[in-house]
Design a protein around this ligand. Sequence first.
Ligand code: ADP
Length: 213
Amino acid sequence: MLITFEGLDYSGKSTQVQRLANRLMREGYQVLVVREPGGTPIGEGIRSLLLDKTLTAMTERAELFLFSASRAQLVEEVIRPALERGMVVLCDRFFDSTTAYQGWGRGLPTDAVETVNDLATGGLKPTLTILVDVPVEVLEVRARASGLGRDRMESNGRSFYDRVRSGYRELAHKESRFVVVDGNRSEADIEREIWERVRPRVEASKTLVRNEG
Ligand code: ADP
């Protein structure tokens, strides 16, 4: 089964992906963790283009297609084969990021974005999507505290992130595969809630493969 994680930068997605992966592995599941953009040699090349802060002239549509190109490669080369082998695939961002960032954030027409998403994934949809929801003010504090250089994707204004967050919440409202978790709590509390939501799904899943020994 495919479980995707969504949310703004610094919401704690990667932290929770790792915690869930460790827990699933302890429980005997075969787990694959991938991140977007990237996860394949072609995807990692695209990732470095997207995060390069010297490339300020990139158009919104070029950005949409680069994210989607990376995703198309990842789905075909990595995600589908892993799902066919019965693995639990955890994906740090997937096409909902494109809907939220390029659609709601940048203002590209959402029906066009959906068409591109569908083409990139070949129609593959996550079983479950965990939205780690955190107010933008809290994320700004985390971003400052992290001391990391701000890459191009992180140098947008407050209103951009407010739009992206609204987009995510709207998507979660519309699509039953979403689980919204309050990310403004301790990592351990968030992990516990995510596990409570994921556990029944993986236990019920026919794609579950137990490690033998
Ligand atoms: P993302 O993948 O969403 O960008 P990360 O998991 O990389 O987020 O976390 C971003 C930063 O926030 C890191 O410095 C991390 O230690 C911190 N962080 C993660 N989860 C929490 C939390 N629940 N509370 C406070 N800080 C957190």
